[in-house]
Write a protein that binds this ligand. Structure first.
Ligand code: ZN
Length: 261
């Protein structure tokens, strides 16, 4: 059985992520998809349940798709995310290294059941005690359904919340309950500027970050495929089916061979 690469925090679903092949890399580099369908497509290609069975991606909580992106990223590149920000101080502008671990980030955003929230009779639905409000955690399928809507937030609430004309207080309670049960993984990260000491924060969006990083890392796929096809005469399909590490090793050998000749 494949090793477990990580557990999605809200649903508790385990994921086993395999090494990417060239076809997976090409999918990411060439697919002009929005972040949700792009990561969903990637996850479907490379991740299965720990028993090797399929994952019911569309019924997973939306927040778990963000976690899946980070679990895939950790399996392929490692736990530590190192990025940078610019100090916004008008007289500073210093570059600030921002670095954190994916495990630590997921632990920090662990879900919890808030007080005053109870499970409703219907599976997957919750109730706010002392109110007529019923709600469920938005699933990946809900995100896909509202994607083209001009007001996706309202459309999502329409699908996941029942209760007419919420008072402002009740709406706040509902918001808090939903983000405790399924904390969003887009959040601020940062630290203090080493130049001027100002606190600096930047928005970290797991889907956008992972896609941009992987598209960069996989940018050599065309060149490597071209090198293997030219050197060995293998068809494209055969080369794209190779695991990334083996294809890269061949590509290195080809480059080494040429420099020796
Ligand atoms: Zn500064």
């Amino acid at each position: 059985m494949p090793p477990v690469s990580g557990v999605l925090p809200v649903s508790g679903t385990g994921l086993a992520v395999r090494e990417p092949a060239g076809a997976d890399e090409l999918y990411l580099v060439e697919a002009p998809l929005a972040p949700v369908p792009a990561v969903l497509g990637l996850a479907r290609r490379v991740a299965v349940a720990p028993d090797g069975g399929p994952v019911g991606w569309e019924s997973l909580p939306a927040a778990d798709l963000d976690a899946a992106a980070l679990v895939i990223r950790r399996a392929w590149i490692g736990d530590v995310i190192a990025t940078d920000a610019r100090c916004p101080g008008p007289d500073c502008g210093e570059r600030i290294d921002v670095s954190f671990g994916i495990g630590e980030y997921l632990a920090h955003h662990r879900p919890r059941r808030p007080r005053g929230v109870a499970e409703a009779a219907e599976r997957g639905w919750f109730m706010l005690a002392g109110s007529p409000v019923r709600f469920r955690i938005p699933a990946v399928a809900d995100l896909l359904a509202v994607e083209a809507d001009p007001r996706p937030g309202d459309a999502l609430a329409g699908r996941c919340v029942e209760g007419e004309g919420l008072s402002r207080g009740l709406a706040r309670r509902l918001d808090r309950a939903m983000s405790a049960l399924a904390p969003g993984l887009t959040d601020l990260v940062g630290g203090a500027c080493p130049g001027c000491g100002r606190p600096v924060s930047m928005r970290f969006d797991p889907l956008g970050y992972t896609l941009a990083e992987l598209r960069g890392v996989f940018g050599g796929i065309h060149l490597e495929t071209h090198a293997l096809a030219s050197a060995y005469g293998w068809p494209e399909q055969v080369i794209l089916a190779l695991p990334r590490s083996r294809r890269r090793r061949y590509a290195e050998l080809i480059v080494d061979g040429r420099s020796v000749a």
